[in-house]
Design a protein around this ligand. Structure first.
Ligand SMILES: [Zn+2]
Length: 116
């Protein structure tokens, strides 16, 4: 099995991304990429660009728009829930204060024999 150099590796990058690289060529390519950080980095960039372009061609950019809208909606809902919880806590605080005041008055009325 022959080993390939960086030039050959670079020539094969697009074929690899398009799943057109097979057999011995694929093995040589993978072996080189695994042991060559420069080619790996180059492949990474090429792959990311190809993937991004692929998404655009498949109309997935529209989905990305939906994803963003969905994200905004969910974030807003989470924030609303957060504020709702704060309101509930404030109400519970007030209610517990009323109960305490009521108990204290009840105790005092019992102690002094006064009926409210
Ligand atoms: Zn290389």
């Amino acid at each position: 099995m022959e080993y390939i150099d960086c030039d050959v590796c670079e020539q094969n990058m697009n074929a690899f991304i398009e799943n057109k690289l097979v057999g011995e060529h694929l093995w040589q390519f993978l072996t080189h990429v695994e042991s060559c950080p420069d080619c790996y980095e180059e492949l990474e960039i090429k792959y990311l660009i190809a993937e991004a372009l692929g998404r655009l061609e498949n109309g997935e950019a529209i989905n990305l728009k939906d994803e963003l809208a969905q994200k905004i909606k969910l974030t807003k809902r989470a924030m609303y829930f957060h504020y709702f919880n704060e309101d509930v806590l404030r109400i519970l605080e007030i209610v517990s204060m009323i109960i305490i005041v009521y108990e204290v008055f009840g105790f005092l009325s019992h102690f002094f024999g006064i009926v409210f």
